[in-house]
Design a protein around this ligand. Structure first.
Ligand SMILES: [Zn+2]
Length: 241
């Protein structure tokens, strides 16, 4: 059975040429789950899942670079063949902002809004609130095969290591480089520190500032994490346990 993660978008803040903002597709034993839908991710999702048949959609927070293409998915589902509503894990802020784009419809027409913790396909989903300018839900996927986790956008906090504890793959936002720091974002060294604290096997860096040199981020993360480091890039496919 296919067990993989596909990167739909890897840019923070705004997309750059040929890339998209944050988004991932999880394909696991027949279940397809989308994790964030930032600018430009929906056409990429449809190249992998043309009928948009999804087990669930998860949006970490209401910033547009993580949620704006949820509206595009809404239209695909609304104007496509009738089907059961798709479970959607998203904050009230996401529902309000994305829902406001539609004049005569409601996201609940096509989405079944859920709250963490939850169960989707083979996964037990849990969430940890991590520091950002708006409520941000880090997400942990646990199955019989193993664990992977995603921070969304988040500054340093002790809870983040629990989110990724023992993960086979820990996807960590690493917007900043060098000595740049923020209470609400991480630099690549801090992403490495987090993966080390969590005891993760593999670290995927993502949410790169547009036009930044990503190889610098990988080198900086390697200063603080001895395991395998992956650099998110559009259409990168990573095998899951
Ligand atoms: Zn954000």
């Amino acid at each position: 059975m296919t067990r993989r993660l596909v990167v739909l978008g890897s840019c923070g803040a705004r997309p750059e040429a040929g890339r998209a903002s944050s988004g991932f597709l999880v394909e696991y034993d027949g279940a397809r789950i989308v994790l964030d839908l930032g600018y430009g991710t929906l056409p990429r999702l449809l190249t992998h899942v043309p009928d948009a048949a999804l087990e669930a959609v998860i949006i970490t927070h209401e910033h547009a670079d993580h949620c704006v293409d949820l509206h595009a998915l809404y239209r695909v589902l609304r104007f496509g063949p009738a089907r059961p509503r798709v479970p959607l894990f998203a904050s009230p802020g996401v529902l309000q902002r994305v829902g406001a784009l539609e004049v005569d419809g409601d996201l609940r027409d096509v989405f079944d809004v859920r709250e963490f913790p939850g169960s989707v396909g083979p996964f037990r989903l849990s969430s940890v609130q991590l520091p950002h300018w708006v409520p941000n839900s880090g997400v942990r996927f646990a199955s019989a095969g193993g664990v992977f986790a995603y921070t969304g956008d988040a500054g340093p906090s002790p809870e983040a290591a629990l989110l990724g504890e023992g993960a086979d793959l820990f996807i960590v936002e690493a917007t900043l480089q060098g000595g740049d720091q923020s209470p609400y974002l991480r630099n690549a060294r801090q992403a490495g520190e987090l993966a080390t604290a969590a005891g993760a096997r593999r670290l995927m860096l993502t949410h790169f500032w547009p036009d930044s040199d990503r190889s610098v981020s990988a080198l900086e993360a390697a200063e603080t994490f001895a395991g395998e480091i992956l650099v998110a890039s559009e259409d990168l496919v990573v095998t899951l346990e």
